[in-house]
Design a protein around this ligand. Structure first.
Ligand SMILES: Cc1ncc(COP(=O)(O)O)c(C=O)c1O
Length: 297
């Protein structure tokens, strides 16, 4: 765990079109985004000096904002360029990239029709989301109490800050019981995802994963499905009920931060860190490397 708080790291943050010193990237306490979670964000990783699937992430940032009813005043190209420039300025090749857009301070009621839309990007070093030693053995998940909401209740396709309230609550509850994370069901009681990553299961050489109809269809999820298909592995996207967990042999999570992380337990159910999870973990670590770096090997 970093002992230096995040607001005291070194370097620059890109904020509303300018690079500002890390310590100066501040907002006022009366900010709509803070009071009402009117904010959307992205989580990206740079490998070997390039941000993996950068444009897909920036497009999702724009789409998340559109779903929340606002337009980010910087184009996808402008944000992509800012991310690349900031990565160089920070001097990192492998790093985590966090763009965020939020409603400002012009109106402070629930309505925020005239608020400025702000946008910032921060980049820091974040080697592993889960404990690396634990990751190899498979992490342990609790069953979350909160459920992913019905799309009629919340804008579930947006990577919106407000949707993370139940994720933090669920992750804290799991951690307080010694688990690394929690598996969340959806509003119908079907298996959905972890608090910051998508979930996959393996049985008889086939991969099963829930349909992302009320949670984020992760960019890593889609990448891993593609990698599995390239290995001629069958991937079945379907409704998965929690009782079925008993019959699965392997389980793993996927996400930009989590990458591919094997799971050894979900509540009372146990899984082995098997060949398919290990193969996809390795395939993913190759896939994220910039093409020129691979070609040079
Ligand atoms: C709730 C949630 N689900 C899934 C994911 C995986 O998405 P991605 O693979 O695009 O990072 C994330 C990570 O951003 C997440 O926060």
């Amino acid at each position: 765990m970093a002992s230096v708080p995040f607001d005291q790291l070194d370097g620059f943050i890109w904020m509303n079109g300018e690079f500002v010193k890390w310590a100066d990237a501040k907002i006022h306490v009366l900010t709509h985004g803070l009071h009402y979670a009117s904010a959307v964000f992205e989580g990206e990783r740079a490998y070997g000096g390039e941000i993996f699937k950068l444009t897909e992430h920036t497009e999702r940032l724009h789409e998340s904002a559109r779903i929340l009813g606002f337009t980010i005043p910087y184009s996808v190209v402008e944000i992509d360029d800012a991310c690349r420039e900031l990565l160089k300025k920070q001097g990192f090749t492998d790093a985590y990239v966090r763009p965020i857009a939020w409603r400002g301070s012009e109106m402070m009621g629930v309505s925020a029709q005239n608020n400025r839309i702000n946008c910032a990007i921060a980049i820091w070093q974040w080697p592993s989301y889960f404990d690396p030693a634990q990751k190899l053995k498979g992490i342990r998940l609790d069953m979350a109490e909160y459920r992913r909401p019905d799309p009629r209740t919340a804008p579930s396709k947006s990577k919106a800050a407000g949707l993370y309230m139940i994720c933090t609550l669920s992750k804290h509850a799991a951690e307080s019981k010694g688990y690394a994370d929690a598996l969340m069901l959806d509003w119908r009681g079907q298996v959905a995802e972890a608090t910051g990553a998508n979930v996959f299961f393996v049985k008889d050489g086939k991969i099963h994963t829930p349909k992302p109809d009320c949670f984020l269809d992760g960019i890593t999820r889609r990448t891993v499905i593609d990698l599995a298909k390239r290995r001629n592995l069958e991937v079945i996207e379907r409704v998965i009920m929690p009782e079925e967990l008993e019959n699965f042999e392997q389980c793993f999570l996927t996400g930009t931060a989590a990458e591919v992380t094997p799971v050894s337990e979900v509540g009372p159910y146990s899984f082995t860190v098997g060949e398919i999870a290990k193969t996809l973990m390795e395939d993913y670590s190759v896939e994220v490397q910039p093409r020129q770096a691979l070609a040079a090997e």
